[in-house]
Design a protein around this ligand. Structure first.
Ligand code: GLA
Length: 668
């Protein structure tokens, strides 16, 4: 039985953000006709409508929204309804300035922009729960309502007195005593011991304590927790009054400010907003590999695998350094790429370009001065047709035999660490580096968290898992012992969860499973390379290594690559260790992509991961969705050039620029 985003609309959703409050009712009528024509079936409404819904305190006006919802329903459209907390109205900020956000400089902001609210203001929480309750009372049972869209892109930190005091309470709960906190933070260094709880404030190098990594990471953990708590506060009346309606909130891929894994338990499906950043051109395949990674990450944040693309733009985002127009075909590719990775909805920001304010030039379906005669509208229309043709894929799943661990908390700790380099240590880039070979080989990957279960995977990759908990250590060791293959890289398991280097040294919790110990790290200046080598004296290959070269010693492992330069020439640069029924690989240096590609293609073959693999041309991938009796193989050409793909089952496929071809395979 397929599991849909919402059984009321058991298809792939095509729609997006709709802001009727900016327009007259004559425009609404035109919108309905254009939505019909472009097969735009689901409108996300109310995201920034608070000032219109509650124009003065306590006076709610839903008539305009009733009319809009009425028009959508008459036109057979569905809607996702947002809680409006991302942008409080001006009257509220004037009357209750305490609802506004305070910056790291401890200065309260003025009204304006958005996501500018105080995360711990009791009054703001009361007001946002109240308006959510009003929305649930009025629309919770509407047959056209598909989901609640909780606020918009939760994010940022709040340094108000309320938040800092809540942080102290959070620390008290976590550590119990100041002695325990001082130990965890190693505050004897530079005489930073705390003797009273209210000596502790939010960290931030420019304005406050910036030298205690444990404090910095705790602050981000706390910010995550209060943001989740803020979300649950506004979600509560929706759950109470409309328990059947699914909840979601639009995440932002790898956004570093919040640990999205903490949101997962409360979302009925996950979604994210994709605006690939690019250096001048979307023609680069690497842009689309990064998007693919974030799709898989979002899917992994969903407790049931259900997810959708909540926002993307049919043209350019106006906050790009240059608004290069999306080339014909790219938009359709982008929509189908999401579907290939399991999305059951592709939605735009936004339906109609606003005439004024911040996003007046942002790409939209209906553009300035056009109706159904615009190029973009027609590209969207093609997506509408394509998505309709794929409606039978809704509710089908993805399956992966490879997992890559993406851990927000390791990333925070790594970013907070002073050394081994001062420049960006490249956590996200490293994850992408390890994802790329699988994308190129058409192998599905799950992006998982350090506390997820690993037992279903043939291969688990832990790039730069810098700080590691006892429970993750235990499950990785058990995974290998019972037959799994684990690959870890440089800068793994240096510290515990408090950012304290393990007493027994780097990598110590994983020493036994990896069969090595790690003594020191040679960081290379930016741009400098040294070489490592693989193979035998007769048949050697050399690869460039940059940034980090960890100097390890073998205990039970065997070396599979060696440093070829520097005082550590001849010492192991990559190792493999048999452990229990499985094996653990360690890559000690940051190597060029060619090294990782070769290592992974050997692993793919050895572990029989990609059974129907054929060599794919550069820029092309294959992603599969699984139904009960059918496999849906998407061949995606993420490049501006035509490509030919040889397949076992379907012979030769010709893919034009940005073309996506779907072939179905019935399982007997
Ligand atoms: C985000 C927001 C939208 C809009 C787009 C523009 O995703 O959620 O409201 O601002 O960015 O790119």
């Amino acid at each position: 039985m397929p599991s849909y985003l919402n059984h009321k609309l058991p298809t792939i959703w095509h729609g997006g953000d709709y802001n009727p409050e900016q327009w007259t009712s004559a425009v609404w009528d035109e919108d309905m006709a254009l939505m019909q024509e472009s097969r735009f079936r689901v409108a996300t409404i109310g995201v920034f409508s608070w000032a219109k819904l509650e124009p003065t305190e306590g006076n709610f006006d839903f008539e305009w929204l009733d009319t809009v919802i009425g028009k959508l329903s008459e036109a057979n459209r569905y809607f996702i309804l947002a809680t409006p907390s991302a942008a409080p109205p001006a009257w509220m900020a004037k009357k209750y300035p305490e609802i506004l956000r305070t910056g790291p400089d401890r200065v309260r902001r003025l009204h304006g922009n958005r996501v500018n609210y105080n995360l711990c203001s009791k009054l703001y929480r009361h007001k946002s729960a109240l308006i959510a309750r009003k929305l649930a009372e009025r629309y919770g049972n509407h047959p056209g309502l598909l989901a609640w869209h909780l606020s918009n892109e939760y994010g940022g930190e709040d340094y108000s007195e309320e938040s800092i005091s809540a942080f102290r309470d959070w620390l008290k709960k976590k550590y119990g005593t100041l002695d325990a906190l001082n130990d965890a933070y190693w505050t004897t260094f530079w005489s930073h011991c705390y003797t009273e709880w209210d000596q502790i404030s939010a960290p931030g190098a420019a304005y406050a304590e910036g030298s205690i990594q444990g404090l910095t990471v705790d602050w981000l953990r706390f910010t995550t927790d209060i943001t989740v708590d803020f979300m649950l506060n506004e979600a509560a009346p929706l759950r109470e009054l409309a328990p059947e309606v699914p909840h979601t909130t639009n995440l932002m891929g790898t956004y570093p400010g919040l640990d999205y894994r903490k949101f997962s338990p409360y979302l009925d499906f996950a979604c994210w907003d994709s605006y690939p950043g690019f250096a001048g051109s979307l023609d680069q395949t690497s842009v689309w590999i990064e998007v693919a990674f974030k799709h898989d990450l979002t899917r992994g944040l969903s407790k049931n695998g259900k997810w959708m693309l909540m926002e993307f733009t049919p043209n350019s985002s106006n906050w790009y350094p240059t608004m290069t127009a999306k080339r014909p075909g790219v938009h359709k590719f982008e929509a189908l790429q999401a579907v290939a990775h399991g999305a059951d909805g592709v939605h735009y920001f936004q339906w109609r370009q606003s005439r004024g304010s911040q996003e007046q030039f942002h790409g939209a379906v209906v553009n300035h001065g056009t109706t159904n005669n615009g190029r973009i509208f027609n590209e969207v229309k093609q997506v509408g047709f394509a998505v309709d043709e794929l409606c039978h894929l809704a509710g089908t799943t993805r399956k992966a035999e490879v997992a890559i661990i993406y851990d927000w908390q390791s990333r925070w700790a790594l970013d907070a660490a002073v050394g081994p380099v001062q420049r960006d240590k490249g956590y996200e880039k490293t994850c992408l580096h390890h994802y790329r070979p699988f994308w190129e080989a058409g192998v599905a990957v799950d992006i998982v968290g350090p506390n997820d279960s690993f037992e279903h995977y043939k291969l688990v990759i832990a790039p730069m898992l810098y700080s590691i908990s006892d429970s993750t250590t235990k499950s990785l060791v058990e995974y290998v012992s019972s037959g799994g293959t684990l690959l870890c890289t440089y800068l793994t398991a240096l510290t515990d969860q408090n950012s304290l280097v393990f007493d027994e040294g780097y990598l110590s919790p994983l020493r036994e499973v990896l069969g090595i110990w790690s003594e020191e790290i040679d960081a290379l200046p930016e741009g400098k390379h040294i070489h490592i080598r693989t193979g035998t004296e007769q048949l050697q290959d050399r690869f460039a290594a940059s940034d980090f070269c960890e100097l390890i010693h073998l205990t039970t492992a065997e070396a599979i690559a060696w440093y070829d330069e520097e005082f550590y020439a001849g010492r192991p640069a990559a190792t493999v260790n048999k452990f229990g029924n499985g094996k653990a690989i360690y890559v000690a240096s940051r190597n060029e992509q060619r090294f990782t590609n070769q290592l992974f293609s050997a692993l793919i073959e050895e572990l029989e991961i990609n059974k129907h693999a054929n060599q794919l041309p550069e820029g092309v991938t294959r992603q599969v969705r699984y139904g009960d009796q059918v496999e849906y193989h998407f061949y995606l050409n993420a490049s501006p050039d035509s490509k030919i793909v040889e397949t076992d089952r379907w012979g030769r496929l010709h893919l034009g620029p940005w073309q996506v071809e779907l072939v179905e395979h019935r399982i007997e």
